[in-house]
Design a protein around this ligand. Structure first.
Ligand SMILES: NC(=O)c1ccc[n+]([C@@H]2O[C@H](COP(=O)([O-])OP(=O)(O)OC[C@H]3O[C@@H](n4cnc5c(N)ncnc54)[C@H](OP(=O)(O)O)[C@@H]3O)[C@@H](O)[C@H]2O)c1
Length: 281
């Protein structure tokens, strides 16, 4: 049933991965502060419990790996609001380990969430946006994709793939009035390090790479050091950029975002030298 109180000028935002403490949760609150109706989703409602009794939020479970789950969430948002104005593909997982030994199943699982999960959402939402000839699709990439380093090849390459998909979608969807935005966070405070270590603890013992164990584990928390950008600060600047009438195609913000932009342009031998030192490889 569509909400009769719904203001037709109020943007309807669907965000994936809104667990408390992460970027999606902060973005949900930043969109709500800008008078958006926020359809906040996560794998379990319990991770968004603090938003439960705030009428600006509509909560729903959504696992981006599941066709059924995506369809159920889309049905719910369309029956409630009749539209999605902004989709934010935020759900993502980190995967830490040396590429020659990380189980392929762990790499596949990373891609299932970060790449195919985002694309599954895009394919579900685009028909609704194209029908109305308007909408914004926002993919959350990562600065790590600008200079691939050791110990996080599965994650970094999945984000590089997402950047590439985003560029293609921007061109293909421009004919349908849909803006496509690549958000490229630097190091932002969140639960990503703890989640990565939980996955890491299920991996087999390294063979060739056993001597690098400590450096590999450190990689999980590389974005979670004292200088990392506070989540709410990142969310506020990012939401301001997304809500512009003509949003930027690329928006990068946060600790390391400038350093990684410079790294991208360095000769490979210099970049390799820096990354080997920084990651104790
Ligand atoms: N933090 C950084 O420094 C940083 C830097 C660059 C890019 N990013 C990107 O920013 C995005 C948000 O990450 P974060 O840093 O906020 O990490 P986070 O706190 O771990 O949040 C990740 C969110 O994704 C959800 N998620 C994982 N698998 C999912 C699935 N199959 N379906 C639906 N939701 C799923 C998690 O749900 P659960 O709570 O159920 O696990 C959680 O809500 C990710 O795409 C990440 O790659 C983060």
């Amino acid at each position: 049933m569509m909400d009769p109180q719904q203001d037709l000028n109020q943007p309807v935002v669907l965000i994936t991965g809104c667990s408390q403490g992460g970027i999606g949760h902060s973005m949900a609150r930043a969109f709500a502060a800008k008078n958006c109706a926020v359809f906040a989703t996560s794998r379990s409602r319990s991770t968004m419990a603090d938003l439960e009794h705030d009428s600006r939020f509509f909560l729903h479970e959504l696992d981006v790996k599941s066709d059924d789950s995506v369809r159920r969430a889309l049905d719910a948002v369309i029956s409630r609001f009749g539209r999605v104005d902004i989709l934010v593909n935020n759900a993502g997982v980190q995967c830490v380990g040396p590429l020659p030994e990380v189980p392929l199943s762990a790499i596949q699982s990373t891609y299932e969430t970060n790449v195919f999960g985002s694309l599954r959402m895009v394919q579900a939402v685009v028909p609704h946006m194209a029908n109305r000839k308007q909408g914004k699709i926002v993919n959350i990439g990562s600065v790590t994709a600008m200079a691939s380093g050791p110990w996080s090849g599965a994650y970094t390459s999945s984000k590089a793939a997402l950047h590439s998909l985003t560029d293609t979608l921007r061109l293909e969807l421009s004919n349908f009035g849909i803006d496509v935005v690549n958000i490229v966070p630097g190091a932002i405070k969140s639960n990503i390090g703890n989640s990565a270590i939980a996955t890491y603890n299920c991996m087999p013992e390294w063979k060739l790479f056993k001597p690098f164990e400590a450096a590999i584990q450190d990689r999980a928390y590389f974005s979670q050091r004292t200088k990392s950008t506070p989540t709410d600060e990142f969310a506020k600047h990012t939401v301001d950029a997304i809500l512009k009438k003509k949003p930027p195609a690329w928006f990068s913000y946060g600790h390391y975002s400038t350093a990684m932009a410079i790294m991208y342009h360095l000769p490979l031998c210099v970049r390799d030298f820096i990354l080997k030192k920084a990651m104790k490889c």
